[in-house]
Design a binder for this molecule. Sequence first.
Ligand SMILES: [Zn+2]
Length: 411
Amino acid sequence: MTHTRTTRLERGRSALGPALELVHTGRAPTRAVLTSELGVTRATAGAVAAELEALGLITVDSRPTASAGSQGRPSHRLFLDENGPVVLAAQIHADGYRTALVGLGGRIVATESGCDTIPADPAHVLAEVVASGAGMLERTGRRCLGAALAIPSAVAEPDGEALNPLHLAWPTGAPVRRLFRRALADARIPGVTAGIGFTGNDVNLAALAEHRHGAGRGARDLLCVASGHRGVGGALVLDGRLHSGSSGLALEVGHLTVNPEGAPCHCGSRGCLDVEADPLAFLGAARRAPGPEGSLLRQATDLLREEYDDPSVRAAADLLIDRLGLGIAGLVNILNPDRIILGGLHRELLGADPERLRAVVADRSLWGRSGGVPILPCSLDHNSLVGAAELAWQPVLDDPLVVLEEGAASG
Ligand SMILES: [Zn+2]
């Protein structure tokens, strides 16, 4: 079957991946748009759409919509197949983990979270994460094409070691990608083989997801800064690709100094963004001790939203906004982004007083003053998870026919 289909598709095969990516990212809502985006004939676009439908990845509205398209002609609408395959995505953070089954389009089909403290042995939690994913797959009956993991650490390439899992008890340099692949292999999930199991830094993946599906769509030089549960991370998406540096370690923005006399940082310096602008720093500035209930991010977010009228909370928010703004201003000077998106606690701080943050960035940066770089909140729920899913989907986006091969491999 694979052979027949491959032969039939030879001419259109190279357009399949680009076509799927256009539908996946919402840029080709109709066959007419697909035709013009791909720069092919209507017949070729029709054949490509039909093939993606046959693969179970998209659906093509059988009747052209009455509303005229740009060429004044009704066109067939394209949708991602809601019952199509999924990938397993997982995110480890300082307060536990979250797993999800994610379809094309960044759609979360099922999700669950687990454990309060991440064990010091990464293999232990990765086995738990994979078991959670396997359980969801069994309950939903979905076909799984791949798996990927987001972690709160720089991930060294090409082997995928966690170089600085500072907020987890994991050993420095833990071979996380290898351990994740082993856990997947041990779980014997149909379709998910030991050959897959991508791992990336959580903020990098959040930025990738926002670029494809959220607040970063259409940006050319997208800077993302975020504080999730602990610490601060950054990422840069250039022309649609993550800029990860020569060995995966670029954009360690958490160790920019924003307060020279500030708190000691685990990196050995003082006053880094990491310890001056994360949820723990916010709770400390507001003179609140972290409670036992809920993650630090949840506690900080609740405090900011519910008690912003309290002068001590307001003052803490102002202080963190000023430090964050100083850090972002430095990044604006160096990177000259055309859009900045903020995630986690930083999204909440932006929401609390957008003018203050924009003013600090404009005031402190060379390029900020001239026109102002748009600073927007991240718009996706669980963007690191969705970004991990993007890694797992990438082989399918590169060549959708791998769907047939995976199907054959899993019987
Ligand atoms: Zn530091």
